[in-house]
Design a protein around this ligand. Sequence first.
Ligand SMILES: Cc1ncc(COP(=O)(O)O)c(C=O)c1O
Length: 417
Amino acid sequence: MKSPLSLWIKSQFSLLPNPDADRSQKYGNELRKILSKENCKEAYQEIQSWPDYKISDLISLPELARTLNFVDISFKDESKRFNLGSFKSLGGAYAVFKHIQNIVSTKTDKYISSDVLRTGQYQDITSQITVTTATDGNHGRSVAWGAKLFGCSATIYVPASCSQERIDAIKEFDAEVIQTDLSYDDTVRLCANFAQQNNHQVISDTSWNEYIEIPAQIMRGYSLIAQEAILEYFTRAFRKAIPPSHVFIQAGVGGLAAAITGYLWDLMAEKRPIIVVVEPENAACLYASAAEGILTKASGDKETGEVHTIMAGLDCGEASPIAWKILSKGADFFMTVPDDITGPTMKLLAKSPFTDPTIIAGESSIAGLAALIMAASHDETRQALGLSPDSRILLINSEGAMDQTLYQKLVTEDQSQ
Ligand SMILES: Cc1ncc(COP(=O)(O)O)c(C=O)c1O
C-alpha cells in the first residue's frame, strides 16, 4: 500500500548544517541587548495582561510521531492567538504599545500602564500618533490591532501580491491600507520613505542600520511562544519535564526563528534543542546567508531569479540583520522546501490520515512540518540532524486559514500525482 507520506519522501529539499554553529558558545551580552530571558519575561508580563490573552495550545500528533518513529511531535498552535489568526499578534502590537507608552509617559512625566492607555484617558496624546509598516498581511494586522487597542492611527503598506482577504483582515481594525505595485522588499523601502516624510513611526519586523529597538521588541513578543511551550513541557505530567530535542521553524525575515532560538539559547545554553530553520526554496535568504557566511539576499528561482513563494509570510528576499545575528551562531541547520508541498502539508494537518487531531494551518505555517517529514524519511538526513526514536519535536502553527479562499483551494486540490 502507498504510504500517506510518499509525496514528502520523494520531494526535493536542501539541508545545510550551519558552518558557524557552536553550541558551546555562551549567549553573550551583544545578543542579550537584542533579546534576553529578562526582556522576554518583561514582554510576557505585559502581553499576558491584555484582554483575551490565553496560553496557546500545544497539540500532540501521536500517530504521525509513531509513523516517523519519534517520541512526540507537538504543534504550538498560534492560529487562535488573540483571535487574530497568527503569532504575529504578539510582536507588532507589543512594539506599538511600547512606542505609545514611551511617548505618553514622557509627555506626562508619569509611568503609564497599558490598562490606563486602553481606557482612552490619554487620547489627546495618542490620537496624534500614527504607526506604519510594510507587511505581507499578518504583521500589518497586528500593528493595526495594537494601534486600535492603544488609541493611535495606523497606515499599512502591502505589496502587489497581498490578497484581498489579507487586506480586509487589516482593515477590520480601522487602519488605512495602501497596496503598492511592488515586491515585499521594495514595499518596505517605500514605507520607510513615506514615514520619514509624514513623521509616522515605522513598526517594522525587520531591522536595518540603527533601526534595531522596535524589531527587537517584536521578537521579544514572539518569544512568548517559547516561554509558554517550555512552561508546558515542565508542568504537564505526561511531558515528564523533558524539553523538546528539536525545533523545526519556518522563517521569512527570521524574526520568529531568532526569537525562539535566542530565548532557548539564553535559557538552556548548550542543552537547548537543535534548531532547524526552514524556508521556501525560492525565498531562502537565511539559507543563502549561512552558505555565504554573511548576510546575503535570497537567490530566488533557479531560472528567473525571482523571489516568490506561495507561503506569503515567508516571501522575503532579505533577512533581518538582528535576527541573523542570533541565527548565524544559534541555528544548527538551515533547510529549504519546495512550494508544491504546501497544499499537501496543509491537508495532512486538516485531515490527518493518521487520525491525529485536526490543525488548521495556513500556507505560511507548514514549512517546519514539511521539512521534518522530508528529513525523517531519509536515513542520512535523519542521522545528520540527530533525529532518533527518542526525539521530541516542537513545531509552530504560525497562522490559521488567513486567506480562506486559498486555504480551501489548497486543501481540496488533488494531490495524488
Ligand atoms: C504565518 C507566518 N509564519 C512565519 C512567518 C515568518 O516570520 P519571520 O518573518 O519573523 O521570519 C511569518 C511572517 O510573516 C508568518 O506570517
